[in-house]
Ligand binder design. Structure first.
Ligand SMILES: [Ca+2]
Length: 437
């Protein structure tokens, strides 16, 4: 009886932390108790939590709060434990609003001149001078964007050789040309001339398009070896992330001119799509190349709980929705098979509750020496800048910075001056600079 009390107490604590309603909590507690009854009498408590999808509880009970190896599968670290183990930030920081009046800003980048470009999700591309003056006139020639729910204009990223070739890459929700109400994430490149995008080339369009305004991904990352990655999402139609001839729920890898690289993992397979580099990704809105390994790191939104950090490797399947550490919204019911399955990748790190991960940058600058090597990312619902300290592929420290001070953090970038810059996602959002206090 004692162990059942423990189970109920732990479950209740877990539910309270996610601010579920009392009735939902009670029904979930009921679900747990039924599962407990169904378990073999001597089943360990950790196995019980695992059976009910409470993997972080399982890990906490079964082992120290670090990544473990079980049967060859490395388990992730969990934000609850890494945050708890990190009492105070190494460097206290403050954020200064440099530009206000940005409407749902999504992506920030710099041009060699020191000017900045910012996308606004509604479909406008804005220019900010090197001394932080917002040009009141948006850049012209941006393609027609479908702006709905989470859809709109996403990343803007200059080519690594922008200074010589002038190519800017943009990802956006492109409406179907037949005007049937469907849309999907599309990648173009164009040059900026006299305040206008010219020389536009469409490089990739996800298919099939749909009318669902959820989970469109939209980050563009160059790897410095002539390839680029475009992150996508499942469009809110979760099974598409496992459908082999569907771009939804994948990461795409292309040459900078849109050609499919011959060494992409599914090239030559009629049952797969050649642009696809990885799949089983729910919705990736932050990705960056690791400065040491050259590999693509990405985080993705979980459902209720289960935001993930992953290293995106060729041909790997990241599991969504077959495995996840999250549960269905509101009902808290289980999704898929559980948290692990042979052949599906485990995340490096899991955020439960979800913080709505968005934006990612490795800190390699000198301005904040104590941060060198950190992985920075933003939280939308988490309303904070997150600093992760990694030991190889393991999170050993997690700081939550600026909580509630800048609102929903959509993008995180390191500027040419070495300071960290954030975009806040709001109808009257801002560009913020983060510096030591
Ligand atoms: Ca996953």
């Amino acid at each position: 009886m004692r162990s059942m009390d423990t189970v109920t107490t732990s479950r209740t604590t877990f539910l309270t932390s996610r601010t579920l309603t009392g009735s939902t909590a009670r029904s979930m507690a009921g679900e747990l108790l039924s599962t407990a009854k169904a378990c073999r009498p001597r089943a360990p408590l950790a196995a019980l939590f695992k059976a009910t999808g409470l993997a972080s509880m399982a890990l906490a009970l079964a082992a120290p709060a670090t990544a473990q190896s079980t049967g060859g599968t490395r388990l992730p670290t969990f934000s609850k434990e890494t945050v708890a183990a990190t009492p105070a930030p190494l460097v206290a920081v403050q954020a200064t609003a440099l530009v206000r009046g940005l409407k749902n800003a999504w992506s920030l980048t710099w041009l060699p001149s020191g000017e900045m470009l910012v996308t606004e999700r509604g479909g406008t591309l804005r220019r900010i001078s090197a001394d932080f003056k917002l040009d009141p006139k948006p850049i012209e020639g941006v393609p027609t964007v479908k702006a709905a729910v989470q859809a709109g204009l996403f990343d803007v990223v200059p080519h690594p050789q922008y200074a010589s070739n002038g190519w800017l890459y943009l990802a956006y929700a492109e409406p179907s040309p037949t005007d049937d109400g469907e849309y999907g994430t599309t990648l173009i490149r164009a040059r900026l001339k006299d305040g206008r995008l010219v020389d536009q080339e469409k490089l990739f369009a996800m298919g099939p398009k749909s009318r669902r305004g959820f989970h469109l991904g939209g980050r563009i990352v160059f790897d410095g070896k002539g390839f680029l990655y475009l992150t996508l999402g499942d469009r809110g139609e979760m099974q598409r992330a496992q459908a082999p001839r569907d771009h939804a729920g994948s990461v795409i890898r292309l040459h900078d001119d849109g050609r499919v690289p011959a060494d992409n993992p599914f090239v030559g397979r009629s049952d797969q799509l050649p642009e696809v580099f990885s799949r089983g990704n729910r919705n990736i809105q932050g990705a960056a190349i690791h400065p040491g390994t050259g590999e693509l790191w990405a985080h993705e939104h979980g459902p209720q709980g289960g935001d993930e950090l992953n290293i995106i490797r060729a041909g790997r399947n990241y599991g969504w929705p077959t495995i996840t550490y999250g549960v269905n919204y509101v009902t808290g019911t289980k999704i898929g098979e559980g948290t692990a399955r042979e052949g599906l990748e485990q995340p490096l790190h899991v955020w439960t509750p979800s913080i709505g991960v968005s934006g990612m940058a490795f800190y390699t600058a000198n301005a904040i020496p104590q941060w060198k090597g950190s992985l920075l990312l933003g939280g939308l619902s988490g309303q904070s800048l997150v600093r992760l300290v990694m030991d190889g592929e393991r999170v050993v420290r997690e700081e939550r910075l600026l909580f509630g001070e800048v609102g929903r953090v959509r993008d995180v970038r390191v500027g040419p001056d070495g300071w960290v810059y954030l975009l806040s996602d709001a109808p009257d959002g801002a560009l913020w600079r983060v510096q030591p206090r």
